[in-house]
Design a protein around this ligand. Structure first.
Ligand code: GLU
Length: 305
C-alpha cells in the first residue's frame, strides 16, 4: 500500500478542528499532565472541535502496567471525556512498518549500527557518518534528513520558531536498535491518521516539532497547528514526572484540581462556581478559554494540592 494511504486510511471523516491528548502510560497523571489534558480539551471544545485520546504505549520498558486505565479513570473523574475510542499505539505497528518500508525504499531511511560511544563522540548529532554494518546485527533506522530541511512555524503560545533540522537534530532515529518504534515516527503517523488539526502539548516537546514537521513534509502529510504550553515544575525547577515523584492527581477532588489547573493557565474562574461540579467548571472553562490568557513563560511552578 502506498505510504500516504497507510497513514491516511482514517476510520472516520475529520471535522475542522480535531485535537488530542497523547499521554505515555509511564504512570498516573500528575498536575502537569492534567494541565495539558485540560488545555487541549478547552482549546478543542471552545472551537466546537473533537478531542481524542491516544495512548502512546510503544515503550514497554518505561511503562507502568495498568497506567493506561488509571489515566482514563483520572480523565473521567475530571469529566474530561474524550470523543470516540482511545487509540493505542501498541496496535498500530503495521502502519509504522509500512511507513518505514516506504521511507527505506525511497532512500530516506537507512540502517545505523553506531554505538552510544560513537554517538557521544559526535555530540549525539548524527549525519550519516556511520560505517555500514551487518544487517543481521541489531541496528537502528534513521531518517536521512535533507540538508535543506528548514522548518519555520508560528506556535500558538510561544510565537515564531525555526530550525535547520539536519544541522540541529541530525538524522534522527525512526526505529530504535532495540526494535521499538521511535516516538517521532509514531506521533507523525498517528497525528495524520487521526486527522489532528491542532496539537496542544508541553514545551518540553517544542524542540521536537521541527523534526516532526520535516517528517510530515517528506511523507506528504498535513502539518497541524502547534501550541506549546509552559511546563509545570517542582520547587527545584524540574518538570513534574514519575522520576521526581510528582504526586498523582487525586480523583476525589476533581473540582479543586481543575480550579488549580485553570488558575495555573492564567484563567480566573469566578468564586461562585460550584467547585464540586467538574462539569460546571469545564463549561465555564470552554466559554472563557482565550489563548492569550496563557502566561508567556516556558515554565511555571506547580501548586501544592
Ligand atoms: N506521549 C508524549 C508525552 O506523554 C506526548 C506526545 C505529544 O503530545 O506529542 O510526553
Amino acid at each position: 500500500m502506498p505510504l500516504s494511504s497507510v497513514a491516511m486510511a482514517s476510520p472516520r471523516n475529520h471535522p475542522a478542528y480535531t485535537g488530542r491528548f497523547a499521554p505515555s502510560p509511564t504512570g498516573p497523571l500528575h498536575f502537569g499532565s492534567l494541565v495539558t489534558a485540560l488545555a487541549s480539551y478547552l482549546d478543542a471544545k471552545a472551537q466546537g472541535g473533537t478531542w481524542l485520546v491516544r495512548m502512546e504505549d510503544i515503550d514497554p520498558p518505561r511503562q507502568l502496567p495498568g497506567a493506561e486505565d488509571t489515566i482514563l479513570r483520572q480523565l473521567e473523574a475530571h469529566s474530561l471525556l474524550w470523543d470516540g475510542q482511545p487509540l493505542y499505539q501498541s496496535q498500530r505497528s503495521e502502519a509504522y512498518v509500512a511507513a518505514l518500508e516506504e521511507l527505506s525504499h525511497s532512500g530516506l531511511a537507512y540502517p545505523c549500527h553506531c554505538s552510544r560511544q560513537v554517538l557521544q563522540d559526535t555530540g549525539g548529532l548524527h549525519q550519516r557518518s556511520c560505517v555500514p554494518g551487518d544487517l543481521e546485527q541489531p541496528h537502528a533506522l534513521r531518517l536521512s534528513v535533507p540538508n535543506n530541511c528548514f522548518i519555520a512555524f508560528t506556535d500558538l503560545f510561544q510565537g515564531r520558531q525555526q530550525q535547520w533540522v539536519k544541522q540541529t537534530a541530525g538524522d534522527f532515529v525512526l526505529l530504535r536498535k532495540d526494535g521499538l518504534f521511535a516516538y517521532q515516527l509514531a506521533v507523525v503517523i498517528d497525528d495524520a491518521y487521526q486527522g489532528i488539526s491542532h496539537i496542544i502539548r508541553g514545551s518540553d516537546l517544542l524542540d521536537s516539532t521541527a523534526r516532526q514537521v520535516c517528517l510530515q513534509q517528506l511523507l506528504t502529510l498535513p502539518t497541524p497547528v502547534y501550541g506549546h504550553l509552559p511546563i509545570a515544575v517542582n520547587e527545584q525547577g524540574h518538570k513534574l514526572s514519575k522520576q521526581n515523584l510528582a504526586p498523582p492527581v487525586d480523583n476525589r477532588q476533581p473540582g479543586a484540581n481543575l480550579l488549580a489547573a485553570m488558575h495555573w493557565l492564567g484563567m480566573q474562574p469566578p468564586a461562585d462556581l460550584p467547585a464540586t461540579s467538574p462539569e460546571a467548571l469545564l463549561e465555564w472553562g470552554v466559554r472563557n478559554w482565550q489563548r492569550t490568557q496563557l502566561p508567556q513563560l516556558i515554565q511555571i511552578p506547580a501548586p501544592a494540592l
